[in-house]
Design a protein. Structure first.
Length: 196
């Protein structure tokens, strides 16, 4: 990796950590410069402004993480209800990247930025739609393979599971404790059993 690419990646990673902890709007460019120890000139060499950097965080950091953490686990078709449960359980209880006290980074960006920034809305919607599409296709294949009931509406099931995930992340953020996830996980398991 070239020095300029390494500097850009360092800015994105450190800025993401700040934004995830403090929020996007309360994180200033000066905060980012202090954390990354790059000059203002170096920051503006890589990004026209803070919003361009924010979009880069979504596209260059969050999208690959979504793919590896939220989508790739959906490659197992042997037991779809167990696979989906294990995916959500891992995201809530075991994933080191996602911190209980800070919630879901995609949901945070969505709540904070989409009301007034179309570029953020578009980038965040692409991430959400990627997960919706992947999980919906996953359930459709499971139906086709006779692993869940053919009457299951794959898209509605996906939206229901995702909504629960985003919602319980907010409860975890409020209480700063993973124990709040446990009742949700128990009911998720019960719900997934009804899909068989």
């Amino acid at each position: 990796m070239k020095k300029a690419e390494a500097t850009r990646l360092n800015i994105l990673q450190k800025a993401f950590e700040l934004v995830y902890e403090k929020g996007y709007q309360t994180t200033s460019i000066d905060d980012i410069l202090a954390t990354t120890q790059v000059t203002k000139g170096a920051f503006y060499y890589h990004f026209k402004n803070k919003d361009e950097m924010g979009i880069a965080i979504i596209n260059e950091l969050l999208k690959p993480i979504l793919t590896s953490s939220f989508i790739e686990p959906l490659q197992n078709y042997k037991n779809p209800t167990e696979t989906v449960y294990n995916l959500i359980h891992h995201l809530l209880m075991e994933n080191d990247f996602l911190k209980v006290q800070h919630g879901c980074p995609v949901a945070n960006f969505t709540q904070e930025m989409t009301p007034w920034n179309e570029d953020f809305s578009k980038a965040l919607n692409e991430i959400s739609q990627q997960w919706i599409k992947s999980m919906t296709l996953y359930f459709e294949k499971a139906k086709k393979n006779g692993l869940i009931n053919t009457s299951v509406n794959a898209k509605r099931t996906t939206l229901f599971i995702m909504s629960g995930y985003w919602g319980i992340r907010n409860f975890g953020k409020l209480e700063n404790n993973k124990s709040v996830y446990l009742p949700y996980l128990k009911e998720l398991k019960n719900y997934l059993e009804t899909l068989k």
